[in-house]
Design a protein around this ligand. Structure first.
Ligand code: MRU
Length: 345
């Protein structure tokens, strides 16, 4: 099942707010619908929102007629800025949009007609999508070598096919381990407040027939204490140049637990998630979301009216807690500042 696909001048997004109850595609014919889908998490996960935004830019540029390529380029920059303000933490969003704008720079855009530019950007969005799938397969290939046969793997949030253009990062490693013939099993943290683990990771694993056990977030410590977890693997939304990693809220807690129980803690992410401009985790912008996500579960109010809420969508895991970062260019171990710089060229 595709996370998204381009069909007849529209972007179809598998609406992740409806899963697992309903498999429904959201049809986006303009960039505002794509921006809303990113904000509302109909499409979510760092690489997936980057790819969706790239198509969103193409849609935005299809809405108007342009007399000159200068007008086209100015509008492309305006729409790109609007799209990358939709979610602040995952750097893949900015990365994909910059790649789209960069494509026009390289092509000497001023010499092309607006129609040629639009077609070029559509091809670039397709390339971003297929590059992401290929990167995830390469991550899977490197990562599965770290997974012992019979491993019991804990993951947090959803870093699967749904969070990417396909195959997944953390779940890609798990898929690759299965494809390599290993008998593995997965524990999925439910991932409050929005339940990406329960709704999406568990769903993907059930579809793939990979044994999966759902736990609530507060059960991980006990699970590890009972020696029921061999390793942890998660995705990432932004990796600072020193290896500090922002990922779904709760990841830091899982990393601390893994350290205490001497369990390897792996991050799987494409290099588009690495932001060398950010020196350390505390400089990564952390999105804060609507309080209703905490006071309600699936539309049902669970807290008293008027209660105060804190709802950061991500936290930062310090590099010291990360055993290795698995990328499509290889597995990076500490010291991360040196080794990330090397792998990023
Ligand atoms: O708020 P979300 O659902 O977009 O958060 C997603 C995550 O934190 C994922 O773990 C991360 O984006 C990596 S996805 C390959």
């Amino acid at each position: 099942m595709d996370t998204m696909r381009w069909e007849k001048d529209s972007l179809l997004l598998l609406d992740q707010t409806k899963l697992p109850q309903k498999v429904e595609y959201l049809k986006c014919k303009d960039y505002q619908t794509v921006a809303k889908a990113i904000r509302d998490l109909s499409v979510r996960g760092a690489p997936a929102i980057g790819v969706a935004a790239a198509y969103g830019l193409v849609l935005g540029l299809s809405e108007k007629q342009f007399n000159t390529s200068e007008d086209f380029i100015a509008e492309a920059k305006r729409i790109a800025r609007e799209l990358w303000l939709t979610r602040p933490t995952a750097v893949n969003l900015r990365w994909a949009l910059e790649r789209m704008l960069q494509k026009m720079n390289e092509a000497n855009a001023a010499s092309l007609t607006p129609a040629q530019l639009k077609n070029m950007l559509l091809q670039e969005a397709h390339a971003i999508l297929s590059d992401d799938v290929n990167a995830n397969k390469a991550i899977g290939n490197y990562g599965e070598k770290l997974i012992p046969d019979m491993a019991r793997i804990l993951t947090h949030c959803n870093a699967g096919a749904l969070a990417t253009a396909g195959y997944g990062t953390a779940l890609g490693v798990i898929r690759a381990a299965k494809e390599a013939g290993k008998e593995i099993s997965v524990f999925a943290d439910e991932t409050r407040p929005l339940l990406q683990g329960a709704r999406l990771t568990a769903w993907e694993m059930v579809q793939e027939k990979i044994p999966v056990t759902l736990i609530t977030d507060n059960m991980a410590a006990s699970l590890m204490a009972q020696q029921m977890v061999d390793l942890v693997i998660v995705g990432a939304d932004r990796i600072a140049s020193n290896g500090d990693t922002a990922n779904k809220i709760g990841t830091y807690g899982v990393a601390l637990l893994a350290r205490e129980h001497k369990i390897p803690f792996y991050v799987a992410a494409p290099v588009s998630t690495v932001d060398l401009k950010i020196k350390q985790g505390k400089d990564i912008p952390i999105e804060e979301r609507n309080y209703l996500e905490v006071t309600h579960i699936l539309g049902q109010m669970i807290a008293p009216e008027g209660v105060k809420v804190w709802n950061p969508a991500f936290d930062v895991t310090p590099n010291l807690l990360i055993t290795a970062i698995i990328t499509e260019r290889g597995v990076i171990t500490p010291p991360y500042d040196k080794n990330l710089a090397l792998i990023m060229g």
